[in-house]
Ligand binder design. Structure first.
Ligand code: BG6
Length: 486
């Protein structure tokens, strides 16, 4: 008999997430260097973010320069997270706050001190930090001087950074993610933000129609270096503290065939391969997928892979898988014949979408959790999931985000079903814990938080925090460990 009670494992890690370049602000304070996102202007759905070679605040607004001002207000934020009952706060360390140029000999002490205070504050409220080592914050200098991750030298620069933070925060942090949404590195979107390769047209676009074989080769070479670095970090993290657990962080892409036409089914399989499994196989199984040679041949990709790298990848598989989940898309082998394509294929005509065109598909989460678990049998953690929406504050200070409550409730049901299926799901961090800047468009009005921040797209406002209705709802859910979702 079905009841309305849901069962989540004891100790389930309920929480929320942010990323440094989207929430901290203080982009040049206390010795911090510029990161790639600090060179990106604001934009919106129709206007891609521009990447400027120099930073010119007279001409442009750079949203990461203010974020939601968490650098100056982190204590208040963590107290609010504690009030909701967070068990974990997933955040990222800003690489350029620790090594301002990426290749500095010594770390920036003020940066190290900041995160120590932040982690201690979390611990004082029994909130375990889940820490991403790099979330779109590659030091700008690495991008211009080295050409980003396409340059093998960056592996050692990242290892120096990783060793520094693993040592510094030993005991304070034990759950680490290496590269945020590493799989975006397979397309133009990730070139700058995940791989530090300066885009030709100085814009952040999903797909670059002019990409040459050379550009594509560079992208995949960069990814290879990121894989090697991540595998080395896994080993290093275990050596430094046997309590450390290291996960990969994927953008969870789910593709359905647009129809039952065999060509569409095959297209969905290919999309699942390149968008998810290319990276996940390397990081979870320690080897490139069996179809990688076919893919490289088809796309003129010739990678330079020294023999020793294969051993590094084999010995550095991750302890768990973390991923983001926002939407599903449809695949077809005849995209050109259809109208209504999205950045990732076709929009599912059977699903509703957000104001930014992201389909809402809770059932897809159960499906994807099962897909990942069947393939890797490693613990899974959802480290981003949420809805971006326009929201306003009422006269009395209330923010009625019923759409968010509905969205989360349905996704929690899907999680509970996957757990019942037998999936080892260890935690959930909503995106985002608090309103922050959108990474894709640079807008502030695309709000994801459970906490409203009084700010607009151009950095105006008091930046004061207000609890949305979802804040109170999530608090109740956490208190009963997800048993009641009403
Ligand atoms: C993920 C990123 O892709 O999606 C986040 O890891 C990002 O950094 C989130 O903010 C939502 O995307 P957007 O473009 O709406 O901010």
């Amino acid at each position: 008999m079905k009841t309305n009670n849901y069962v989540f494992p004891k100790g389930f890690l309920w929480g929320g997430a942010t990323a440094a370049t989207q929430c901290e602000g203080a982009w040049d304070k206390d010795g911090k260097g510029a990161s790639v996102l600090d060179h990106c202007t604001n934009g919106d759905r129709e206007h891609p973010r521009k990447v400027t070679d120099s930073i010119d605040p007279e001409q442009h607004f750079y949203p990461s320069h203010k974020g939601c001002m968490q650098y100056d207000r982190f204590e208040e934020d963590i107290e609010l997270f504690a009030e909701m009952g967070f068990k974990t706060y997933r955040l990222s360390i800003n690489w350029s706050r620790i090594f301002p140029n990426g290749d500095d000999e010594k770390p920036n002490q003020a940066g190290l001190d900041y995160y120590r205070r932040l982690f201690e504050k979390c611990r004082s409220h029994n909130i375990e930090p889940t820490v991403t080592m790099t979330h779109y914050d590659i030091p700008w200098n690495i991008c211009v001087k080295y050409g980003g991750w396409a340059n093998r030298e960056v592996i050692d620069l990242f290892l120096r950074y990783a060793e520094t933070i693993l040592t510094e925060y030993k005991g304070l942090v034990t759950r680490w993610l290496t590269h945020n949404e590493i799989n975006f590195g397979t397309i133009s979107y990730g070139e700058l933000i995940t791989s530090g390769i300066l885009p030709k047209h100085r814009q952040i676009v999903m797909h670059d129609a002019d990409a040459t074989a050379k550009d594509i080769n560079k992208r995949f070479q960069a990814l290879h270096h990121e894989f090697v670095a991540s595998a080395k970090v896994v080993q290093l993290a275990h050596e430094i503290d046997s309590n450390n657990e290291v996960g990969c962080m994927m953008c969870g892409f789910a593709f359905y065939p647009l129809s039952c036409k065999p060509g569409d089914v095959a297209a969905a399989q290919r999309d699942m391969e390149i968008w998810n499994y290319y990276c996940m196989d390397v990081m979870c199984k320690g080897k490139y997928p069996y179809w990688a040679n076919r893919y490289w041949k088809e796309n003129d990709i010739n990678l330079s892979i020294p023999e020793e790298d294969y051993r590094v990848l084999e010995n550095g598989t991750v302890d768990f898988i973390s991923f983001s989940y926002y939407r599903t898309d449809c695949s077809t082998d005849e995209l050109e014949k259809h109208e209504g394509s999205t950045d990732f294929g076709m929009q599912n005509p059977l699903l509703e979408a957000t104001e930014w065109g992201w389909t809402i598909d809770p059932q897809g989460l159960r499906w994807l959790l099962n897909e990942y678990y069947a393939r890797y049998e490693k613990p899974l953690m959802i480290v981003e999931n949420g809805i971006g929406a326009y929201e306003t504050m009422e006269e009395d200070g209330a923010i009625h985000d019923t759409h968010r409550i509905e969205y989360m409730r349905e996704h929690f049901k899907a999680m509970a079903q996957a757990i019942e299926d037998g999936v080892d799901l260890i935690g959930y961090a909503c995106w985002s814990a608090i309103d922050i800047v959108s990474a894709g468009t640079g807008e502030f009005k695309k709000r994801y938080g459970l906490i409203y921040v009084d700010a607009d797209d151009l950095g105006n406002g008091t930046y004061d925090r207000y609890k949305k209705d979802s804040f109170f709802w999530y608090k109740k859910v956490i208190a009963c460990n997800g048993e009641k979702l009403d």
